[in-house]
Design a protein around this ligand. Structure first.
Ligand code: RM4
Ligand code: MN
Ligand code: MN
Length: 397
């Protein structure tokens, strides 16, 4: 006995109406690995092109109204670039999303940024944090999304504990500068680019720093930033329980921080994460979770990869929304393991693509955004327009 078709449709409409996902400016740029880059004619090289591509994805899917910005790549002059970004928001009809400080590319950050043993470099990094917060205020962006590359490569070469103290101090000061509506999201990553220790290696460390910084700080879970076989949905459940879940960077992985398309390797993992969120919300927890994509499309066409990702996110979110939670709670209570698992798995295996298509049509959107992208000729057009300046690329994004 499943839910009736009309009950499913109502649930689907409710779920999809509430679902927005932020796309990253750097997902449209030529990115590579440490071995080099394969460039694409259609890649965005300027912030204007990134806004154009982001707006096109929103036009096709209707659920990506904001574009995450990386300060060094997108606002190299800091707050001075805000008017230009505002003009792009107006021109393209999407808004700036989370502001990502860049504490990893400058030469002075060789031994760390906010955790560098040099007080002068820590000051410099903190100034960048505060600039990023000002950019967020000026753009009306709520989330400052911090990922630091800080760490060390060899045992004994740094004081892990001193660095904890420096980071507590810097994040506390950053928190003091937030506007009342802003949030500080603290991302963790177990390794890379540092390979012995990273200063925020896991969700426990992120939770500590967030709590220590203040009430507007939260944890950011990047799905690629876990060891193989780690139970990410359990981490999510804990962050929900402790009120510390701020948001996600979605992507998929097979080995390390692969930044592959969401759901391409293990869609069941993302379904299980969404299930925890739907379950928490059904249990009455107050949630404020920012869904964001953090991917590098090195081989796939960037526009297609982004549209495919957004559609996949909607499908997995929808599958998890359709879990019959009342029945599941009863089966969990009675420890009817196989029936509980079958109910859970059943929702995962359900083909929700027709429901998603019907939702899109009801909202005046193309039923199949990927097919609509192909039919639009957008990628061919930007390839022609951008081809000449895309032969020379230097930085990561
Ligand atoms: C890091 C991390 C950050 C992202 C950079 C480009 O691994 O995921 O969130 O901004 O990559
Ligand atoms: Mn990330
Ligand atoms: Mn990453």
């Amino acid at each position: 006995m499943g839910q009736s078709e009309s009950a499913s449709f109502d649930l689907a409409v409710k779920a999809l109406d509430a679902f927005h996902i932020e796309i990253p400016s750097w997902g449209f740029a030529n990115t590579g690995t440490r071995f080099g880059k394969f460039t694409q004619a259609a890649a965005a090289a300027t912030i204007e092109e990134k806004f154009a591509d982001g707006a096109e994805v929103n036009h096709l899917t209707g659920v990506t109204p904001t574009l995450a910005l990386h300060v060094l790549w997108d606002l190299p002059n800091g707050v001075a670039d805000v008017p230009a970004v505002k003009a792009l928001e107006k021109k393209f009809g999407i808004r700036s999303g989370s502001i990502n400080p860049n504490l990893f590319q400058d030469q002075e950050y060789k031994y760390g940024s906010l955790c560098n043993p040099s007080a002068a470099i820590r000051e410099h990094a903190l100034a960048h944090m505060l600039d990023s917060i000002e950019i967020g205020k000026a753009l009306g962006s709520r989330d400052i999304s911090l990922w630091m590359a800080d760490g060390s490569n060899y045992p004994g070469t740094q004081s892990i504990r001193k660095r904890i103290g420096w980071l507590e101090e810097a994040l506390g000061t950053s928190h003091d500068h937030l506007a009342p509506n802003q949030r500080l999201l603290v991302e963790y990553k177990p390794f890379e680019p540092a390979f012995y220790h990273t200063d925020i290696a896991d969700w426990g460390m992120s939770s500590h720093f967030a709590r220590h910084a203040g009430p507007q700080a939260r944890v950011l879970v990047d799905t690629g930033h876990h060891y193989t076989s780690q139970n990410i949905e359990q981490i999510v459940a804990w962050l929900l329980h402790t009120g510390l879940l701020g948001g996600f960077h979605f992507n998929d992985r097979r080995y390390a921080d692969d930044d592959l398309t969401l759901g391409s390797i293990d869609p069941y993992q993302i379904f299980r994460i969404f299930h925890e969120i739907h379950a928490a919300s059904a249990d009455g927890l107050e949630l404020d979770v920012a869904y964001m994509i953090d991917q590098s499309h090195n081989l796939k066409g960037k526009m297609e990869a982004m549209v495919q990702t957004v559609m996949t996110a909607q499908e997995l979110y929808l599958k998890a929304a359709l879990v019959d939670r009342e029945q599941l709670a009863e089966l969990q209570q009675s420890c009817d393991l196989v029936a509980a698992e079958e109910l859970f798995r059943g929702a995962f295996w359900r083909d929700v693509r027709p429901l998603a298509a019907a939702w899109r049509e009801a909202h005046g959107l193309p039923a199949d955004p990927l097919a609509a992208l192909r039919a639009s000729g957008y990628v061919e057009r930007i390839s022609r327009e951008r081809e000449s300046h895309n032969s020379a690329v230097s930085s990561y994004a």
